[in-house]
Structure formats: structure tokens, C-alpha cells
Design a protein around this ligand. Structure first.
Ligand code: ZN
Length: 107
């Protein structure tokens, strides 16, 4: 399956569930999104990509950047430095608001 020319890839995932989670999030924010690649072929499951219309790429990237859940849908369950157990898929601690990757790098 090939994406039409006017679409641009904004994210790639190894799981279609993650890709669809992002698609739903984008569409909830007014960005039409398409998931491409969540089909099995002879070589196995390909990378699942999320495409949006070229005119909405910037908006999509802002959403992906600004909404933690969008960029961290692949994150596994983790334990915050404050001791709280955070469910998989959540970028920020529900208890103290600390970010999961705060110990590595910040933008
Ligand atoms: Zn915490």
C-alpha cells in the first residue's frame, strides 16, 4: 500500500496499535491522519507509518511534540523517581508530573 503524494509521514511505529493511537489523537485534534503499513505481507509486518496531509504536517508535529501521549505511545510502564508506577503509554507521571525521559535528555 502506497501513500498518496499529498500525504507526508509524521511518525513510524513497530505496532499498529501505537500508530492507530496516534491517528486517533491527531484526528481528535482536527488533523486527518492515515495509518499505512499495518498489513502482513510475505516479509512480515512492515513499519507502521502515520501520514497526514502535507498541509497539516506542521500541525501534526506540534501535536506530537506538545501532547506527551502522542510521542510516547511506545513507552512501556515505568516507575517514576517519586515512586509512582505509571502505566504504559503515559509520558508523564500521574502523581508528580515528571516526564519519563527526564533523566536522559531534554529539549
Ligand atoms: Zn512522579
Amino acid at each position: 500500500m502506497r501513500a498518496p503524494d499529498q500525504l507526508a509521514q509524521v511518525a513510524g511505529f513497530s505496532s499498529s496499535i501505537s500508530a492507530h493511537s496516534l491517528r486517533i489523537l491527531l484526528e481528535a485534534n482536527g488533523v486527518r491522519a492515515v495509518v499505512v503499513g499495518d498489513v502482513m505481507n510475505e516479509t512480515g509486518l512492515e513499519l507502521v507509518s502515520v501520514y497526514v496531509h502535507a498541509s497539516q504536517v506542521e500541525t501534526a508535529m506540534v501535536i506530537i511534540r506538545e501532547i506527551p501521549a502522542a510521542s510516547e505511545v511506545l513507552i512501556p510502564a515505568w516507575r517514576c523517581l517519586c515512586g509512582a508506577d505509571v502505566d504504559a503509554g503515559f509520558h508523564c507521571c500521574w502523581s508528580c508530573g515528571r516526564e519519563a525521559e527526564e533523566t536522559s535528555s531534554e529539549e
